[in-house]
Design a protein around this ligand. Structure first.
Ligand code: FPP
Length: 241
């Protein structure tokens, strides 16, 4: 679809991909079919958002709490993630040419070794790209992210490299998985749920939100256009007047 023009775009867009299970249930399909369709929507919307000129895009794919789902469902999501990584490696030259840098946000140590080495490889190969930063949050939890930052900073204090007084908001931000990236300006959550669910907990302090009843597999470029034209009209005050 041709990219629409907006007077203001979010620099960083976050998307919570929700509603895959309900989409499948409505059609009498297995939940994994909803995730499969959801992963197609992820590709389509990621590409469209990049074409619009949004520089940082974060998709919430799998939370630290999602391990509580049935094993078959967890495996289905991991397989989709594996396919995405394989495809990203197959298309590495094309992605690099487009300037797409891939980042994975989350606790990699909790993921299968095979996936982890593919993730490390793709991150390393695209680390010089700077046009579009595509973040995929996988085994991600906002509280876990803050916890690991606190531990890393505490270690530095213990080693005597840092005083407690030197800890400021910027230093905390530098220890998050999104280090060096701007905070999300806009967070989209489809599927009718009105919550953040442990997504970008620290970074979303001043984010704008956009909710919709559409289920993620049905989310289209038009929905994103709608969210962005609503965002254009928002008056962001960051605590000022
Ligand atoms: C939430 O919907 C969705 C997830 C927990 C998984 C999202 C994963 C994908 C879209 C595929 C990941 C693959 C890649 C390539 C990133 P839900 O299952 O909670 O839906 P429900 O609330 O309707 O049950």
């Amino acid at each position: 679809m041709a990219a629409k023009q907006f007077s203001v775009l979010p620099q960083h867009l976050g998307i919570i991909m929700d509603g895959n299970g309900r989409w499948a249930k409505q059609r009498g399909l297995a939940r994994s079919e909803g995730h499969k369709q959801g992963s197609e929507t992820f590709r389509k919307i990621g590409e469209y958002a990049g074409n619009l000129g949004i520089r940082y895009i974060t998709f919430y794919a799998f939370s630290t709490e999602n391990w509580n789902r049935p094993e078959t469902e967890v495996n289905a999501i991991m397989n989709l993630f594996d396919s995405f990584l394989t495809e990203a490696i197959d298309r590495l030259d094309e992605n690099i040419e487009k300037g797409i840098r891939l980042h994975f946000l989350g606790d990699k140590s909790g993921l299968p070794d095979e996936l982890r080495s593919l993730m490390d490889f793709v991150e390393e190969q695209t680390k010089h790209c700077n046009k579009v930063h595509l973040n995929l949050a996988i085994n991600y939890g906002g509280r876990q992210e803050i916890l690991q930052a606190v531990r890393a900073i505490a270690k530095q204090v213990k080693l005597g490299n840092l005083n407690a007084e030197q800890i400021d908001e910027a230093l905390i931000a530098d220890h998050l998985y999104t280090a060096g990236q701007p905070d999300p300006d806009l967070i989209i959550r489809p599927s009718g749920e009105l919550r953040l669910s442990n997504f970008l907990t620290y970074q979303s302090a001043y984010s704008e939100f956009w909710f919709s009843d559409v289920l993620w597999p049905d989310f289209t470029e038009e929905h994103l256009n709608q969210a962005l034209s609503d965002y254009e009209k928002r008056h962001r005050r960051f605590g000022g007047i």
